[in-house]
Design a protein around this ligand. Structure first.
Ligand code: HEC
Length: 169
């Protein structure tokens, strides 16, 4: 009886360990990953290092900031290409808005999209080693939008590991 108890406990502990592992590696909600790539919004990206700002004129009129996790930032600083596995780049974007305190200055208005690129050369071998995710209000955009990501990055920056943004001087 005691032996059976012990083995039941061991089994329970085993499944707990597996559940904890799943929690650490899987996004909490499967509905929050991008179609095709299964990329989620990474934790803590608002605290990541700034790689460079960008902006786009009409009709989008957006201000953007590209940030990178520690692996990506290190690769930028050491001029390492291709980016190593585990590199993550996030592009935040907002509508441009004149500052209410000083009109010639432009400030971020409403947030538009958050876009993510995750490097995993094995998993994403078919798309240059990058997985893509586009999020609006925290929710992934549809599959059709995700079909366009790699095509544009591949056509224009295949000589820079499919990444447009350079480290701002
Ligand atoms: C028509 C071209 C085009 C398409 C389509 C496109 N991008 Fe980009 N992407 C850019 C450009 C240009 C930049 C450089 C930053 C900027 O100007 O906004 C960029 C930058 C990025 C960055 C920052 C890293 C880098 O390469 O500079 C991420 C992350 C990103 N895009 C994700 C995506 C995702 C996800 C999709 C699909 C939903 C996508 N992109 C579709 C043109 C494109």
């Amino acid at each position: 009886m005691r032996a059976m108890h012990a083995s039941l406990l061991a089994t329970a502990a085993g499944s707990l360990a597996i559940a904890a592992l799943a929690l650490a590696t899987e996004p909490a909600d499967k509905g929050l990953v991008s179609p095709i790539y299964g990329v989620s919004l990474p934790h803590g990206y608002r605290q990541w290092e700034v790689i460079a700002p960008a902006m786009e004129g009409a009709p989008l009129d957006e201000l953007r900031v590209v940030v990178g996790n520690a692996t990506a930032a290190r690769a930028y600083r050491s001029h390492t290409l291709p980016f190593p596995d585990g590199s993550v780049l996030v592009k935040l974007a907002w509508k441009q808005k004149p500052s209410p305190e000083f009109a010639p200055a432009t400030i971020p208005g409403a947030a538009t999209t958050v876009q993510v690129m995750v490097k995993d050369a094995t998993r994403y071998a078919a798309t240059g080693g990058w997985g893509f995710g586009r999020f609006i209000d925290g929710k992934p955009a549809d599959e059709a939008q995700h079909r366009s990501c790699f095509a544009c990055h591949q056509a224009r920056v295949n000589g820079h590991d499919f990444v447009f943004t350079r480290l701002a001087p």
